[in-house]
Design a protein around this ligand. Structure first.
Ligand code: A3P
Length: 359
């Protein structure tokens, strides 16, 4: 099947994904997925056919809101916040039986391309009532179709970025959990022969951009550039560390951006704080639905894997200062001239207790 993909605003490239995928550069050292390099990014091989479906068959609606992020940057949190904010009339956030208390964030807002890749169908998303909240996990801005990115489409995108060092650490520990989980399943709980996946290995791959959806900085900068180019219009660009520091302010920004600002009555009734509390790390992690069960997206993820520590700056517990300097140096070089910086997002949110509190 052929598809047309507009890469980096250049002429449309027409490709047949099924034929193309086996010919793309392959990276197999970054668990749990084999990655293929496409459009300058290392994408999970399994989702590439979904990219084609999104370009050729997906019908957008002007009221659509797309949530996007580089993996391990706050996807789960932003899904919960956006879902609670957009659907607050039907699901009041102070309701102790709120949908998010019974269905996890990834069930309330499904991953778009892994679901399309797994089912081969867009029906789940076509059936959603408007306004739809959709979540892309892997697609960089330059690989989104024009029917999402154009001014005419009316669709909006909410993006969250995070300090790459915390992204690396969070992703590394997440991958190890998945590996342990699948090894335990395969060997009846015996992890003795599990091959190691060390921080050194993860760092090397991350610095080369050879990680899931990498390079991280390029994914971030593409969405940031769009947010700068069309302020308050197409892309709302959020930072995980600022959300930790000022969650209510960021929820207000989100609500305004999606065209649902809080009324003075809602402000007085404490709706913003109720959303923040409903979606807080401690609350979501404490819910039974987020402690048990699994998500199958080409690999098996325990729902609890998505709630580890939820702070800024935990990289210090897993990376040496040399490792951090190496990654910071790569990111600085790669971002030079872009106008974007991750600087100043991390340290002010740290407290001794939250950084040192175990794994
Ligand atoms: P850590 O591994 O550093 O704890 P993603 O959702 O993109 O996979 O990102 C996962 C990271 O977000 C994990 O970071 C996880 O603990 C954190 N996280 C999950 N829910 C959160 C919440 N409600 N508030 C803050 N951080 C959250």
């Amino acid at each position: 099947m052929a598809t047309s993909v507009n890469v980096h605003g250049e002429d449309k490239v027409v490709v047949d994904m099924t034929k193309l995928v086996p010919s793309l550069p392959l990276e197999t050292r970054c668990p749990p997925f084999p990655l293929r390099q496409y459009g300058g990014f290392w994408l999970p091989e399994g989702i590439l056919p979904a990219l084609e479906a999104i370009h050729t068959r997906f019908e957008t609606r002007p009221s659509d809101v797309f949530r996007a992020s580089f993996p391990k940057s706050g996807t789960t949190w932003l899904k919960a916040l956006a879902f609670a904010t957009i659907n607050r009339d039907e699901h009041p956030p102070s309701d102790e039986h709120h949908l998010l208390c019974h269905r996890g964030p990834h069930d309330c807002v499904k991953f778009f391309e892994p679901t399309v890749a797994a089912t081969g169908s867009l029906d789940d998303f076509a059936a959603l009532p408007s306004p739809r909240l959709l979540s892309t996990h892997h697609v960089p801005y330059s690989l989104l179709p024009e029917h999402i990115t154009s001014d005419d489409s009316g669709c909006r995108i909410v993006y969250v970025c995070r300090d790459p060092k915390d992204v690396l650490v969070s992703g590394w520990l997440f991958s190890r959990k998945i590996m342990d989980n699948s090894a335990a399943e395969a060997k009846g709980g015996n992890l003795d022969h599990q091959p190691p996946y060390t921080m050194d290995q993860a760092l090397e791959l991350f610095c080369k951009g050879r990680c899931i959806t990498g390079p991280d900085w390029r994914h971030v900068v593409e969405y940031w550039e769009e947010s700068e180019r069309r302020p308050n219009n197409k892309v709302l660009f959020l930072r995980y560390e600022e959300m930790i520091r000022e969650p209510a302010r960021n929820v207000r920004k989100l609500a305004e951006f999606v065209g649902r600002p809080f009324s003075s009555e809602e402000e007085t009734a404490g709706v913003v704080d109720a959303i923040v509390e409903l979606c807080s790390f401690d609350h979501l992690r404490s819910l039974e639905v987020n402690k048990i069960g699994v998500l199958n997206l080409g690999a098996t993820f325990g729902n609890d894997f998505f709630f580890r520590k939820g702070v800024a700056g935990d990289w210090r517990n897993h990376m040496s200062t040399e490792m951090a300097a190496m990654l910071d140096g790569v990111v600085e070089d790669e971002l030079r001239g872009s106008g974007f910086t991750f600087d100043g997002v991390g340290d002010s949110t740290l407290t001794v207790s939250n950084v040192n509190a175990g794994n």
